[in-house]
Every structure is written in C-alpha cells, then in structure tokens.
Design a protein around this ligand. Structure first.
Ligand code: HEC
Length: 151
C-alpha cells in the first residue's frame, strides 16, 4: 500500500510540475520522467512478485505514464536545450516532429491498457503484463533517439 500512495503523490507532482514549467522546464520534465520511472518500477515489482499484484495500482502505473506522455511535450521550449544536467538530446529540437510522434506513440501504447473504472477489478496480472510490456518498450526507443547517455 505504501507504494500505491507514492504513485498517487507522483500524480500530483505531475500537475505541480506543469505549474512551475514556465520558469523551470528542465526540472519539471525531469520530475515528470522520474514519476514515469517510479511507475515503471512499481509495475515491474508487481510483475516479478516483489510486490503483491493490485489491479488499481497496475492501472495507476499506466495512467501515470499516460499523463506524462500527454504533458511532457510542452516542457521542451526553445532555450531549454542545455543546463541543469539535462540529458535531453539536441535531436529533440532538430526533430521536434519526431519527438512529438514518439510521445504520441507512448500515449497510445499506455492508453491501450487503460480500463473504465468499473472494469478495473478485472484487470488481471496477465493483461497488465501485456500492457506494461507494450508501454515500457517506448522507454528504450525514445531514450536511444532523444536522450544523451551520460557516462
Ligand atoms: C518520447 C520520449 C520518451 C519516452 C517514451 C520515455 N522517456 Fe524517459 N526521458 C526522455 C527524455 C528526453 C529524458 C531527458 C530529460 C531531461 O533531462 O531533460 C528522459 C529522462 C528520463 C529519466 C531521468 C530523469 C532525470 O531525473 O533526469 C528517467 C528515470 C526516465 N526518463 C524514465 C523513463 C521510463 C521508465 C520510461 C518508460 C516507461 C520513459 N522514460 C519513457 C524521453 C522519454
């Protein structure tokens, strides 16, 4: 249950992130991505059996990723290419269309597993495994294309 609370809080952090974005888009987008990372960790822990599977928490993991995919594209304005130890690749700004398309794909792939509130209790671990696999395939592909790896 502790982890569930953490993800609820990170959902709030996404909104807070959007509010401070105008002044500090780099911190905001990093915070959004950290939420995505936390959601992925929680999902992975449930699938590996390190945390008890819970359909509501599983849905939440997908929803955190989905909201991030919707919101984070606004946090790459011109002028935020460098600084604050950003690992955003210059390619984002030279191929903004490609980056936005990758975000749309992430949004679509996470939405595919999202269920109506009355159906959430039927979201079993196997269905989550499939949805989670589809969602997390986006991490690597986007990071390879649009993120600079720090050594
Ligand atoms: C459409 C592109 C895209 C997708 C999809 C994506 N990321 Fe990212 N991610 C980025 C970019 C760009 C950065 C660098 C942000 C910065 O430093 O400004 C980043 C940074 C991160 C960071 C580091 C944040 C920090 O504190 O610097 C984590 C953790 C992360 N992503 C996790 C994930 C996980 C987990 C997934 C998949 C579930 C994912 N990301 C999917 C583009 C993406």
């Amino acid at each position: 249950m502790k982890k569930l609370v953490v993800v609820f809080l990170t959902g709030t952090a996404i909104l807070a992130g959007a509010a401070i974005s105008a002044e500090d888009p780099i911190s905001a987008r990093k915070a959004v991505m950290q939420n995505v990372g936390d959601a992925a960790k929680m999902g992975g822990a449930m699938l590996k059996g390190e945390m008890e599977y819970n359909p509501a928490a599983a849905q939440l993991a997908l929803r955190v990723m989905n909201s991030a995919a919707l919101a984070v594209g606004e946090l790459y304005p011109k002028g935020s290419e460098t600084g604050m130890e950003t690992t955003a690749s210059p390619k984002i700004w030279s191929d903004m269309g490609g980056f936005k398309a990758a975000l749309v794909k992430f949004q679509t792939d996470t939405a595919a597993g999202m269920m109506k509130p009355e159906e959430i209790e039927f979201f079993d671990k196997e269905s989550f495994g499939e949805a989670f696999g589809r969602a997390t395939a986006n991490c690597k592909s986007c990071h390879e294309n649009f993120r600079v790896q720090k050594n």
